[in-house]
Design a protein around this ligand. Structure first.
Ligand SMILES: [Zn+2]
Length: 61
C-alpha cells in the first residue's frame, strides 16, 4: 500500500517527501481528501486557498 503524504504549505497530496508543486516538506499526518477540478467553482477549494486543480488534504498537521 502506498502511503500518501500532504504538503505542509500548499496541502498538495503526493507520494514524495518534498512537494513537487512548491518544494515544501510533506507529512504523513493529514486528514480529509479533497479533489479540486475547478478552484474557482469549488467553495471548499476557495476556503482552503487552493488556486490550481489537483489533489489536496483538508487538514495537515
Ligand atoms: Zn506544496
Amino acid at each position: 500500500m502506498i502511503k500518501l503524504r500532504a504538503c505542509r504549505s500548499c496541502k498538495n497530496v503526493t507520494e514524495q517527501l518534498k512537494c513537487e508543486k512548491c518544494g515544501g516538506d510533506t507529512v504523513l499526518e493529514w486528514k480529509g481528501y479533497l479533489f479540486v477540478l475547478d478552484p474557482n467553482r469549488s467553495l471548499i477549494g476557495k476556503r482552503a486557498g487552493i488556486a490550481t486543480p489537483g489533489e489536496y488534504a483538508i487538514k495537515v498537521r
